[in-house]
Design a protein around this ligand. Structure first.
Ligand code: NAD
Length: 249
């Protein structure tokens, strides 16, 4: 198993890509903390992991709340003994009809960018103590190229994730901690997506995907798994597109 004896936190683990990642990690032997603001959904994933024969636990975490990060990391260590992997996946969409909403800019930066910073900040001390760790930050194609249908704040937040990943990789390589970003392309819409969830806009987006189809959650989760595992032991500061060639165009 590719994550045997590893302890992992997956933020936004109660739905979508985070859920797929948490389940895949559990099936690969990790003890997984599913961290999310969605309590009912998170508890349901916890139960599904247990039914699969895996080990997982839900914890409520709002990634913008520093004290909650302290609790989640402390619980990982008290319950499972250590923290090996953090997947900073939680996020909200910038697909909104009001493309110049200032409040949305603030929320996007707070959750998508600062939430990732806080995760790195609070995971690093435990990983440092252990002498190793892997952090995978979920950015987007929107962190690489401009897009017509998303708020500028989404692109700015995902661009921030891309570069804070590289800074963290450089700053913590000496601590044995690897930090990489994954950039999903056109996928099932997020819970918070509005205009990009319409079939008209999806068709336009799909026309820019050389592989000609949406990506699946498992395809993204597999990329996250690779970067989180020891198979990626010489990879840090990298950005991995899982976008069917969207950004190669
Ligand atoms: P989703 O909406 O299904 O899942 C996002 C999860 O994050 C939800 O469970 C939500 O409750 C959680 N979340 C939101 N705010 C939070 C907060 N403050 N604290 C804790 N948890 C919070 O969307 P998804 O498609 O699974 O997206 C996962 C990640 O992938 C996001 O970072 C998103 O930006 C990125 N992404 C998604 C797509 C796509 O098309 N779906 C494409 C590129 C990148």
């Amino acid at each position: 198993m590719r994550l045997e004896n590893k302890v992992a936190i997956v933020t936004g683990g109660a739905s979508g890509l985070g859920e797929a990642t948490a389940k895949l990690f559990a099936s690969e032997g990790a003890k997984v903390i599913v961290a999310d603001v969605l309590e009912d959904e998170g508890r349901a994933i916890e139960a599904e992991i247990s039914e699969m024969g895996g080990e997982g636990t839900f914890m409520r975490l709002d990634v913008t709340a520093e004290s909650q990060w302290e609790d989640v990391v402390a619980t990982a260590v008290s319950r499972f003994g250590k923290l090996d992997v953090l997947v900073n996946n939680a996020g909200i969409s910038g697909s909104d009809p009001d493309m110049t909403n200032t409040g949305l800019w603030d929320r996007l930066m707070e959750i998508n960018a600062k939430g990732v910073f806080l995760g790195v900040k609070h995971a690093v001390p435990e990983m440092k103590r252990a002498g190793s760790g892997a952090i995978v930050n979920i950015s987007s194609i929107s962190g690489m190229v401009g897009q017509g249908y998303v708020h500028m704040g989404y692109s700015a937040s995902k661009g921030a994730v891309r570069l804070l990943t590289k800074s963290a990789a450089v700053q913590h390589a000496g601590d044995g901690i690897r930090v990489n970003s994954v950039h999903p392309g056109v996928m099932d819409p997020m819970r918070t997506s509005k205009i990009t969830a319409t079939s008209e806009v999806r068709d336009q987006m799909l026309a820019s995907v050389p592989l000609g189809r949406e990506g699946t959650r498992l395809e993204v989760a597999n990329a996250v798994l690779f970067l989180a595992s020891d198979e990626a032991s010489y990879i840090t500061g990298a950005e991995l597109m899982v976008d069917g060639g969207f950004t190669a165009n």
